[in-house]
Write a protein that binds this ligand. Structure first.
Ligand SMILES: N[C@@H](CCC(=O)N[C@@H](CS)C(=O)NCC(=O)O)C(=O)O
Length: 209
């Protein structure tokens, strides 16, 4: 059986878990923290989570994990069959991760972990986040899903990255990113109603106690 390594507060872990739940694939969870121990590095070369253990070996990186799940269980699809539409979903996933999530992440130490981030970093993140969100706004359709008529892997990534980026933006820059993404509030409501996303929230609640 597939085994997903990670922990319920990790948004990347939750992206992989939502994909498994959406597809109805049986899997077990291993409560695993990121680690630089040799044992874990032999499973996940950067020591990050998620890591999906299969009968053939391990897969890391959310895009690769979702691609694998799509290949072993095509239905329900999380990627469009049409080549162009599928590329557009991958494009959105990259934009969300590189230009929104990773930029916001630079401020996580202050927003989530009680640390401090320099004013210079904050200024840079404020600017790059605005640029990143504007690029997502140009790509997003919210019709009603982020890439169009169907729920896709881009909705999964967006649902687990925009909220965290917005927490950074609201806390440090007093700016609601959803205001810069027309249609996103309705989309978020729709995505939050899915059983897979509800299950994630439930396990997060349980983990926080
Ligand atoms: N690009 C990776 C990102 C995974 C990631 O950054 N996971 C975080 C937890 S949310 C992690 O393991 N951080 C520990 C580290 O960066 O060493 C993916 O798509 O899976």
């Amino acid at each position: 059986m597939l085994k997903l390594h990670g922990f319920s507060i990790s948004n990347y872990y939750n992206m992989a878990k939502i994909a498994l739940l959406e597809k109805g694939i049986e899997f077990e969870e291993a409560d695993t923290r990121p680690s630089q121990d040799d044992d874990y590095l032999s499973l996940s070369p950067m020591g990050k989570v998620p890591c999906l253990e299969t009968d053939h070996g391990c897969i890391t990186e959310v895009d690769a994990i979702i691609g694998y799940l799509e290949a072993i269980q095509p239905s329900p699809a999380l990627l469009p069959k049409d080549d162009f539409e599928r590329a557009k979903v991958h494009e959105l996933m990259r934009y969300l991760q590189l230009y929104v999530e990773l930029e916001a992440r630079r401020c996580f130490p202050e927003v989530f972990f009680g640390g401090k981030v320099s004013d210079e970093t904050k200024e840079q993140v404020k600017e790059s986040l605005a640029k990143g969100i504007a690029s997502v706004a140009r790509l997003a359709k919210f019709d009603p899903y982020i890439a169009g008529k169907e729920f896709t892997a881009a909705d999964i990534v967006a649902s687990q990255s925009i909220g965290l980026a917005n927490a950074v933006s609201q806390r440090l820059f007093d700016r609601n990113l959803l205001d810069d993404l027309p249609g996103s509030s309705e989309w978020l409501t729709l995505v939050n109603e899915r059983d897979s996303v509800k299950a994630i929230r439930e396990s997060q609640r349980a983990a926080r106690g």
